[in-house]
Design a protein around this ligand. Sequence first.
Ligand code: NAD
Ligand code: ZN
Length: 365
Amino acid sequence: TRVDVALGARGYPILIGPGLRARVGTLIREALPKARRAFVVTDTRVAALYQNDLTTGLERADVAWTLHAVPAGEASKSFAHLEALLEAMLGFGIERGTPVIALGGGVVGDLAGFAAAVALRGVPLVQIPTTLLSQVDSSVGGKTAINSRHGKNLIGAFHQPQLVLADTETLNTLPRRELLAGYAETAKYGLIGDAPFWDWLEAHGAALLDGDPALRAEAIAISCRAKAAVVAADEREAGQRALLNLGHTFGHALEAETGYGPDLLHGEGVSIGMVMAFDLSHRLGLCAGPDVERVRRHFEAVGLPVRPDPSRAWNIDRLLAHMAKDKKVEDGRVTFVVADGIGHAHVKRDVPMETVRNTLAAVVG
Ligand code: NAD
Ligand code: ZN
């Protein structure tokens, strides 16, 4: 399957299907005819699983390569790892046309993408996302970043890839919990603007998560089409792209409280956050109660969290403070992504913080 991101001269294809990692050499030679060398960035876990398939494919197409592996995990999106990576790239002698290949999840994609954006003021980037989250979200759209001690993703750049290869086979080795976290972002596209896709997920989500390759490929393609459309309409997030943040304001607050650690994965925070966003929308008189229940019930049914860990003492004021830092609060009011129903999200100004507090209190209070 092929999905195109329509950004004129900066447009690119997303290829989705089994076995793409081994065809990377040929596909890169098609997309970047002059590339004879490539710099591969991955993490140690993904390297152990897929490095050989990839590098064999590069050699078959006569592309010389070197590989740089960072430790698996969010901590690799740091200045220290960026510095080591950039020095390795320059040591390899990358030139303006040498592609950087990001093989891994969102961590590798964000770090390698940012390095590709700033090395020589920009070298080509090829994304080979290997988690469901990165295949449906982070590998598409050109956002790249590392973290600061002041917060996540605060240092970054827009740098669109030249090619995205979503090899559906790589999901077979992904732990179930990571798969579910990516599923939350997939479901997000249904909740934002595609009610039939949400219906489809209610019918097929469980089978998809249990491994059905055709269902997985279809869900990834639908998600990439949705993200590509938003990105093409609003590359730099001046308007419509903000809808992709459905559930993220709540989710980020929960993530911040758990230290962005293994207690709560990003997608898990987004799952809880989307339930909260629907609850908030209901409180604002925008969406019907049964819609809130549908969202909650489906996420619960597939095994996603729908409320924060009750064994933990959550402080509502601190959660609200995180959200206020994330958003501009004026006169006790805030701008939020809300929904009139499943498939009908929009940005709403002037949401009273008091109603946001009520949603939090109903779930964690
Ligand atoms: P990740 O990259 O940390 O991957 C999760 C874990 O799965 C890691 O331990 C990794 O080694 C392992 N893994 C990856 N592929 C595997 C495979 N095929 N088989 C087995 N194990 C595998 O996490 P993620 O969820 O992919 O990405 C999260 C990151 O993405 C965050 O840093 C977030 O900020 C970023 N993000 C960026 C954007 C964007 O638009 N740029 C959007 C959403 C999220
Ligand atoms: Zn997200």
